[in-house]
Write a protein that binds this ligand. Structure first.
Ligand SMILES: N[C@@H](CCC(=O)N[C@@H](CS)C(=O)NCC(=O)O)C(=O)O
Length: 219
């Protein structure tokens, strides 16, 4: 059986978990905190999660795991079969990761964990998030899903990156990044009604105290 290594508070972990649930694939969750440890390096070269355990070994990097699932498993497709359509979904997912998730992540420490992030990093995040959301509003179709009429890998990145980046922008810069994107707001509301998304949100809530205790122990 497929094994999903990571923890339920991780947004990248939840992207893969939602793909597994949407595809209706059986999988086992293995609680695993990342970090520079021999245990982590044994399954993930950079010590990050999620990691997918498969028959032959381990698959790391969320985008690669998602493509692996797409090509190796049955269930609802999250990528179109047409190469051009597929390229559009993958480009949107990559744009969200590079230009929204990663700049937002640089400020998670201050926005969510009571740490202080240097002003220069905050300035960079703010500028990059503005560009990232402008890019999403140009490329996203929101008809009603990010890349068109069906749920795709781009929606997984959208759902588990955009609200976090918006929370960063609201808390640190008093900015509503979705103010001019009503269709994106509507999509978030639609996705939040999905039973699998609701299950993942409940699991995240349940896992939060242990995660915060782990973060506090490392301060
Ligand atoms: N590029 C990685 C990023 C995954 C990632 O950043 N995971 C976080 C948890 S949400 C992590 O493992 N952080 C620990 C660290 O950076 O050391 C992927 O796409 O899977």
């Amino acid at each position: 059986m497929l094994k999903l290594y990571g923890f339920s508070v991780s947004n990248y972990y939840n992207m893969v978990k939602l793909a597994l649930l949407e595809k209706g694939l059986p999988f086992e969750e293995v609680l695993f905190y990342p970090g520079p440890s021999a245990e982590a390096f044994a399954i993930s070269p950079r010590g990050k999660v999620p990691v997918l355990g498969v028959e032959q070994g381990f698959v790391n990097e969320t985008s690669v795991i998602l493509e692996y699932l797409e090509h190796s498993q049955k269930g609802a497709p999250l990528l179109p079969s047409d190469p051009f359509e597929r390229s559009q979904v993958l480009a949107l997912a990559k744009e969200i990761e590079l230009y929204i998730e990663l700049p937002g992540r640089a400020c998670y420490g201050e926005a969510f964990f009571g740490m202080t992030v240097p002003e220069a990093i905050k300035d960079k995040t703010k500028a990059e998030l503005l560009l990232g959301f402008a890019s999403l509003s140009r490329h996203g179709k929101f008809a009603p899903y990010v890349a068109g009429d069906s749920l795709s890998i781009a929606d997984l990145y959208f759902l588990y990156s955009v609200p976090l980046a918006c929370a960063v922008a609201q808390k640190l810069f008093d900015l509503d990044l979705l103010a001019e994107m009503p269709a994106a707001k509507a999509l978030l509301e639609r996705l939040e009604q999905n039973p699998h998304v609701q299950r993942i949100a409940k699991d995240k809530e349940a896992a939060m105290p242990a995660f915060m205790a782990m973060v506090a122990s490392k301060k």
